[in-house]
Design a protein around this ligand. Structure first.
Ligand code: ATP
Length: 289
């Protein structure tokens, strides 16, 4: 991962260290309004976000360029999983949106279609994986198959129970194939969630985001908390660890996830691919053309 010296000064520690899920961490104890590792304030966020978005865009372009011209087959997958209103959409818009869409493969996973239900639950996931040189973004993911599916008993416990090991094996296969996984679990407090849902009912420009079912899910939080805990306990592995991002302050969660992406991309130790043509000769040819 990147040296601390590369970090913008308002980060006191590399975010991936602060945000890494550790065995024994409890979902019930997450401080959703905390800003771990960040010494700045809300007012510092816009300028820093803009600066880091530029760095992210540069790294993304480098990943893409290396796959196009240097045969680099690596890719990155950002998995966003979180409570309703945690701000997954905002990450897609304000963080990933800064990069060139050409190199991004975005997929949102809603309720499976009939076609998807007829297949293994990883079928639709495999189809959405980022090709070489791309950054994949999963807005929800295969983890729904051990979250909503578990909470609502959509399949028997022995079926969802077997999925944790299966997901670990699947993700190991991806990492062995050259993919870096950045798994982010996003949490808001129930109080903040209520505020965000109320806003969706008050503002005409937000009605479209409101889903009456969100209230039913909110009432099921104790069951979701259990399911999230099991997900973190059982699927945070060395090749594909989980990060926990507190999301009551949107400006913090955006900055933090930007840094997680930058750290992962910097760890690929990329440089711009060298020219595969004679630069001087081409300059001469162009001058004469
Ligand atoms: P969001 O809340 O992410 O903005 P949304 O309300 O617009 O999404 P969709 O994106 O259409 O709705 O679908 C999300 C819903 O699909 C969530 O309620 C989620 O739990 C459900 N879902 C996702 N994957 C599965 C799955 N494998 N099985 C059952 N339900 C799923």
């Amino acid at each position: 991962m990147s040296e601390a010296a590369d970090l913008p000064s308002l980060w006191t520690h590399e975010p991936h260290i602060h945000l890494a899920f550790r065995p024994g961490d409890k979902v019930a104890n997450i401080h959703t309004n905390a800003t771990p590792g960040f010494s700045g304030k809300k007012g510092d966020a816009p300028a820093l976000q803009a600066e880091r978005n530029q760095r992210l865009a540069e790294l993304q372009e480098m990943l893409y360029a290396n796959s196009k011209t240097a045969g680099d087959t690596r890719s990155v997958l950002l998995v966003l999983q979180g409570m309703d209103t945690a701000g997954k959409g905002g990450i897609v818009k304000h963080v990933v949106g800064a990069a060139n869409p050409q190199g991004i493969r975005y997929t949102s996973f809603g309720k499976p279609t009939e076609e998807e239900l007829a297949q293994h639950y990883l079928w639709r996931i495999r189809r959405a994986l980022p090709p070489a040189g791309h950054i994949g973004v999963f807005d929800r993911s295969h983890y729904e198959d051990v979250l909503v599916v578990r909470v609502h008993n959509l399949v028997p416990p022995d079926v969802w129970g077997a999925r944790y090991d299966e997901i670990n094996a699947f993700e190991r296969e991806l990492v062995d194939g050259g993919m870096t996984l950045i798994k982010v679990a996003m949490f808001v407090s129930l109080k903040e969630q209520k505020k965000r849902l109320a806003e969706r009912l008050e503002r005409p420009d937000k009605y479209w985001k409101y889903n009456p079912g969100d209230i039913d899910e909110r009432l099921l939080w104790p069951k979701y908390e259990e399911a999230y805990q099991a997900m973190l306990d059982r699927t945070s592995t060395d090749p594909a660890p989980w990060h926990i991002v507190p999301c009551d302050r949107k400006w913090y969660s955006r900055l933090a996830i930007t840094e997680l992406l930058i750290e992962a991309l910097e760890a690929l130790n990329m440089s711009w691919p060298p020219a595969d043509f004679d630069i001087q000769a081409e300059r001469r040819r162009l001058a004469e053309a």
